[in-house]
Design a protein around this ligand. Structure first.
Ligand code: FES
Length: 208
């Protein structure tokens, strides 16, 4: 949320409260993916750079694919026009999001070998990489949680050094995450992006 909206919410909670309940109520019959895509399109229409980046990241984090975002942009062509679509794609390219790389767009999601389960100690967090993609893996006995190493705020690739026990602190703006749950526990409001995983014959696999 912008600083201006935050300010108005504090200064005029009775008026702004109605506005936010309206927004919440307006999309209650839509599935989360559709809601997220519509939110992204509204930010492109209004051409709010910060809002677009924020809603795009949220859409990707909550399950929309890059292909679906591009489809939504193109479908909204009659309302947006080419100039706004190009504006949005320029920002997407500047954000350097791996999901939007042409080679990734053309290869469907699949299972990738992440690590040997024996290499992750029970109760500990390990950082690993697969073809340039950073991952944090947490093990709780036989259950594993795998997270994208990019900060959900502005995409900073979180290094091993950012980890202390199970707490991950982003060096850029100090958002803190608990890798056991993926939750953001300080400063920010978005969790780490969790990656679907499974164990096959002693190997941990991730789906992306
Ligand atoms: S990029 Fe991580 S907290 Fe801002």
């Amino acid at each position: 949320m912008s600083d201006a909206l935050n300010y108005l919410l504090q200064a005029r909670p009775e008026a702004l409260g109605h506005y936010f309940s309206f927004l919440k109520d307006a999309g209650k019959h839509l599935d989360p993916k559709t809601r997220n895509l519509i939110s992204v399109i509204t930010k492109v229409h209004a051409q709010t750079d910060r809002g677009f980046r924020q809603y795009l990241r949220r859409a990707l984090r909550e399950g929309c694919t890059a292909t679906e975002v591009l489809d939504a942009l193109l479908m909204a062509f009659p309302a947006l026009g080419l100039a706004k679509i190009i504006w949005a794609v320029d920002i997407i390219l500047a954000m350097n999001i791996p999901e939007f790389q042409p080679e990734t767009l053309t290869s469907p999601a699949q299972w990738h070998d992440v690590t040997a389960t024996a290499d992750v100690q029970n109760g500990e967090v390990t950082r690993t990489e697969f073809e340039g993609r950073g991952l944090f893996v947490y093990r709780d006995k036989h259950a594993f949680r795998v997270y994208d190493s990019r900060c959900p705020h502005q995409g900073t690739d979180l290094p091993q050094l950012a980890l202390q026990g199970s707490i991950l602190t982003c060096p850029k703006h100090q958002w803190e995450f608990d890798v056991k749950s993926g939750d953001c526990i300080k400063k920010g409001n978005s969790p780490l992006k969790r990656i679907e995983s499974k164990v096959v014959k002693g190997r941990l696999l991730g789906f992306w």
